[in-house]
Design a protein. Structure first.
Length: 304
């Protein structure tokens, strides 16, 4: 009879993978992770759209001269809250235009950006650091567009949710009333655990782009709404449960979690009243609860 070969122990496979990673080198590993996490797509897809008529299209200029491509839609109501829209991986503003349009149909003004490396923004390989810089510049623009901090909201979808959480926990940022995080994850290391090789011991030590939202949320004090579809096949919806628990410093009643039965990773916004009511109620209550910086403890925000 032929001899049956036993698979090598997991610890040996792990050691081999870690050794290979060391041989590849930190620079190449970092570039590979940035490419894999952000994965900007340039090929147009059937659902891509141009900005709706009436949208202002322009570039924000960063201190180093780089450009951040921007869309701005002004709602008909002069007193409408303004939402900073932070998209996720892969698709630029054109690829996510259906979601932006949905926010405008809800009655909000929307400021949306493409991170550098996406769309018409400056070409580079995005990273956690560069995306954070782009979001911070967009928040300054949000404050210019919407003078009333109680009517400013930051929204992030998927990877954009992690970028939004990072933005919300930065010191000295312009103030805003609330944070909406949809279909997002706890950390890149935790996402590895959902993949085929996620069991490898030490794999998390190789992560150069941690996006550790679950660790940052302990510092959050402003209202937050987590939205997640129960049929999400990309990010487990249970990760939003973990994010909700981690936001332990948010005042009672202003930390909310809404699960949308049967919704997938990208279509929760098309779920009708359960989504719309959750968003409207949260933005209303977050605006009412807003207090100037002088009355807030530990927010790190300014009222610019």
């Amino acid at each position: 009879m032929p001899t049956l070969l036993r698979p090598p122990p997991r610890r040996l496979v792990a050691a081999a993978v870690l050794a290979a990673a060391g041989a590849i080198g930190c620079t190449q590993l970092d570039a590979w992770q940035r490419s894999a996490i952000f994965s900007p797509q340039t090929e147009q897809r059937p659902w891509w759209r141009e900005p709706q008529a009436g949208t202002e299209v322009y570039d924000l200029t960063l201190p180093n001269g780089d450009k951040v491509h921007t869309w701005y839609w002004q709602a008909e109501r002069a007193d409408a809250p303004t939402v900073l829209y932070l998209h996720g991986a892969r698709w630029n503003l054109n690829g996510g235009a259906f979601r932006i349009d949905a926010w405008t149909r809800l009655g909000y003004s929307v400021l949306a950006i493409d991170y550098r490396g996406f769309g018409a923004s400056t070409a580079l390989l995005p990273s956690e650091a560069t995306a954070g810089e782009d979001a911070a510049a967009a928040l300054v623009e949000l404050a210019r567009r919407q003078p009333d901090p109680s009517r400013r909201i930051v929204y992030g979808h998927s990877l954009g949710g992690a970028i939004a959480i990072d933005l919300a926990t930065r010191r000295g940022r312009p103030a805003f009333a609330g944070l909406v995080v949809e279909s997002s994850f706890t950390s890149v290391a935790a996402m590895l655990g959902t993949m085929r090789w996620g069991w490898l011991p030490g794999a998390s030590l190789l992560v150069t782009q941690p996006f550790a939202s679950v660790d940052k949320l302990g510092e959050l004090t402003l209202p937050v709404l987590f939205l997640h579809g129960t049929a999400d096949a990309i990010v487990p919806h249970t990760m939003s449960d973990e994010l909700y628990v981690a936001a332990r410093s948010v005042p009672p009643g202003l930390k909310r979690l809404v699960k949308i039965e049967g919704a997938a990773h990208s279509n929760a916004i098309r779920s009708g009243s359960i989504y719309d009511d959750a968003v409207h109620g949260f933005i209303r209550d977050a605006g009412r609860a807003y207090r100037p910086a002088a009355l807030r403890a530990g927010s790190g925000a300014t009222d610019s």
